[in-house]
Write a protein of this length. Structure first.
Lengths: 537, 537
């Protein structure tokens, strides 16, 4: 057999050759572009030839600080095409962390959206490796103290639209890079290869996974700086799907409008986005009937939300699980063929799990007594391996904690039911250890969020002299609902043992979240401590 | 990223772990077995441990002479699992060719169905490397002069059902082997690797390819000794689909009955099978409404047949193209999203083409003047490359003719339309060269078969003193239709230039076919020569 290196360029070339008239619809904030794959291909080749002329060497990195738009997509392909690495930077990180990761990755170039430029200006003198900044804008280059600085459109204008990509790239060459927040200390970098990206795209497009197809119109709400928007732009380009890239700072109304106007079939994002969208759909008069899947990941989706999408809007909800270290696709929640007759709560219970391993990755779930039984009771840490799972952090001493014995130790605790589907019950560090037993904060949160009064809920551990740790619930109510601790505790009592019930329920205006919309439990624990101490005083 | 070798065992393990209760329904001719993937997994491990105990070394081959059944499936997985090679032997080859390929492959063991054993007995003294024969039967070992000989069930009985597969197999290790007939001389061998098999299985299961899913019930009519039944058993096992393996010598009635009784959703085979099935469906009273795809390959499907499946039975017809050297999947004919509104003949015209490249392979179509235009007029030879395309024949001097400059030269001539879909118009060697121009025998055949009187038609070149070559049509009529040459020529006149029209139409009882149901044009040309000479006398 031919070796046939698995290369990112082959994905773009398929779209250029077979689907040249299909569109990428790109909102930059300044305007909405409607480009064909033929145009995207020619622009990507212009960009690639310019990158090569700029002197960027094999294996060198270029950072992006950008929203979801066509220029970002062009960088996704052009940088790996010339053997360089597209390092997508999470613009919601602290300035300190942004400086750290740009210097740690040794980014040679930065590609920055005009409205994000101030963020770079503020730290530019601390960047030790960046040789130039290219500003992505439809308009004139903004005033800036950065130098040298170029406008993206002018920079690529002299590039060759028929540039032939180098033919000596290997599938094991680095292609992408993304940093993930650490519990303490600086973010940790993960490097993707051509091979991992292509195989991940294939798995994403399988009929039993997200089933991406040429007939789809994809709108990734998940940012392109967050694990490559879960790999969706790569897979969608490969399949020739229409892409709708929603650009900067869009509101739930703008999102609902785009879903309707572009007849979007697949969209993807974190639970908080979908909560906001449901609210918008409830108030507005939108037709989102083209949707065939709402992919949800990043953190566990509340069952009530899944129910609303499926029952009220007839939109299948595709609960998925993964992390930066896993490219990210690991599991998808789909009903097995013999589960199709399930209805109501039974059906929802399957849908709300993180689901089944996609073809291509392997798992092991290890508890205190070794590999756990598939009884959905025993909890253990999820271990993963496969060709799109990281084997280390980029130049980072912390690698050995996470990557051991050939497995990625996810730090996520789960149970496995007899069907082999996993349910994440907690982060190892967020589990609540009460009287020698484990309490799942996630289970309590989901049950709280299933209550009609509750908009959001998060449960954290507080130190306890007698039990070591005890759970405390933090709750955001829907507007106009009454704060009633007893009602919520009674609600939990229906499902959980008495010793699982939170010692207190604190009502809040909002729950602090990470840059990607996950509950920020560290900060929440501090807030809870302060509130409890204030109460005691 | 982890390397994560792409291994065939991982496909079986997924079925064992995630779909242990799903079934493989296997007709052996003696009885019908209904085994779960748990049982298939345990039996495969018994077999693998026995293979290892037998002394079979890494890279050594074992031949199979067998129909489509569960024991053949177990060999598909167990041999590669222990680092050996499953060499599937086409039982319809001549005894001389069977002897050649067993000796050329250096098969150490032969796994043979009881009813095929006489074929092996007849040539056993000519086999130079075979150390033992294992007979696959539900009943007692038949009397035989072969020694040593074992019964499969007794042979594996002491094997370990919990055997751990070796963990040092590499993705580039050989895993399978299949021979393809040559125009002249001995068959040529193709060796598949773990990597090629896994990647091919993935491509086969993409939403825009055959979209194999856990919810499918697959019945491969295409034999497991023919390019691994097009790779379908591997992909189906991986996805956890139900498999119906139809065993030996089944009739159209038996096939229609199994499609109905097992609620088959996907079936696959060559056009002659589907012609016979349509006749059976027409006469019988079968419910095949569960079918979601009839995959058709091996040779071009007549448009009339596609129309009958789609319009009369509402069964989507998935025309595909490939060959032994390509694992085999290369193209699938699907309507693009913006072609969905096509109706009638326009729709059929798309469906009848071989279709679009599946993700993962690349093509180049080269005519006399270089790469052809995508105008559906210019003809050229189809060149292919990719990770499941062969790079040589096994220990064969003829490799250099076919594998050149990094491309497989298929010997198939095609045109490409503006959508990038290919239409095979002929084999390079079957094209008819008349007066310096090319005539496609396949185009003429398809148009003849679209006539209501015609059951089958094949067109061959006969030497011509003036024009070099001229076409002659060979036609098999439906029962009871009248032989009328003028009617058929008039039918062709509607579509083709006058110089394309066959010089003669010969009516026949049947058209000679290869062991896999393709027209045997070499033999047909000889028959035509004799008939024409007899006419002249």
């Amino acid at each position: 057999m031919m070796h046939g290196d698995l290369l990112i360029t082959s994905m773009l070339e398929r779209a250029e050759n077979l689907f040249p008239e299909k569109k990428v619809i790109s909102r930059t904030g300044e305007k909405v572009h409607r480009l064909t794959y033929r145009e995207i291909g020619r622009r990507t080749r212009q960009l690639a030839s310019t990158l090569q002329k700029s002197g960027l060497q094999r294996g060198q990195k270029a950072g992006t600080l950008a929203w979801n738009h066509h220029r970002h997509l062009e960088l996704y392909f052009a940088l790996p095409a010339v053997g360089a690495v597209v390092h997508t930077i999470n613009i919601r990180l602290s300035p300190e962390h942004i400086v750290y990761i740009i210097n740690h990755a040794e980014d040679e170039l930065l590609f920055v959206d005009a409205d994000i430029l101030p963020l770079v200006e503020a730290v530019y003198d601390k960047l030790t490796t960046v040789k130039a900044v290219i500003v992505m804008t439809d308009e004139a280059l903004p005033e800036t103290n950065i130098s040298p600085v170029y406008s993206y459109e002018e920079w690529i204008a002299d590039g060759d639209p028929e540039f032939s990509f180098p033919d000596d790239i290997k599938e094991t060459d680095p292609a992408g890079m993304c940093f993930t927040s650490a519990t303490t200390g600086n973010p940790k970098g993960v490097v993707y290869t051509h091979r991992s990206t292509v195989l991940h795209s294939m798995s994403l497009s399988l009929a039993d996974s997200a089933a991406l197809s040429e007939s789809d119109t994809l709108l990734p709400v998940v940012p392109m700086f967050h694990v490559n928007a879960w790999g969706l732009p790569y897979a969608s380009t490969w399949m020739g799907a229409t892409q709708v890239l929603p650009g900067p700072r869009f509101t739930p109304g703008l999102l609902a409008g785009m879903l309707q106007d572009e007849q979007v079939t697949v969209t993807a994002g974190v639970p908080t986005i979908w909560l906001a969208l449901l609210k918008e759909l409830d108030e507005g008069n939108y037709d989102v009937s083209a949707l065939r899947a709402v992919i949800c990941g990043g953190s566990a989706a509340p069952a009530g939300m899944i129910r609303t999408f499926e029952e009220k809007y007839d939109v299948p909800f595709l609960h998925a699980y993964g992390m930066t270290e896993t490219s990210p696709l690991v599991t998808v929640s789909r009903l097995k063929s013999y589960q199709q007759d399930l209805t109501g709560d039974d059906r929802l219970a399957v849908r709300a799990r993180q689901g089944l391993l996609v073809p291509g990755v392997e798992m092991k779930v290890v508890g205190s007594g070794g590999t756990v039984a598939w009884d959905d009771e025993e909890m253990g840490e999820l271990l993963l391996r496969g060709p799109w799972i990281a084997d280390s952090y980029y130049k980072d001493d912390r690698s050995d904690d996470t990557f051991r014995d050939g497995w990625l130790h996810t730090g996520d605790v789960c149970t496995v039911d007899k069907e082999g589907t996993i349910k994440i019950v907690d982060r190892t560090k967020d589990l609540i250890k009460s009287g020698g037993e484990w309490i799942s904060s996630v289970d309590l949160e989901n049950e709280l969020m299933a209550h009609e009064d509750v908009f959001e809920a998060s449960v954290v551990a507080v130190p306890d002299p007698q039990w070591q740790e005890r759970p405390v619930a933090c709750v955001v109510l829907h507007e106009g609902r009454e704060e009633n601790k007893e009602v919520l505790l009674h609600h939990l009592e229906q499902r959980f043992a008495k010793w699982w019930l939170p010692d207190d329920v604190l009502f809040m205006e909002e729950i602090p979240k990470t840059s990607v919309g996950k509950f920020l439990k560290r900060e929440l624990r501090d807030q809870v401590q302060q509130r409890l101490e204030a109460k005691r005083r």
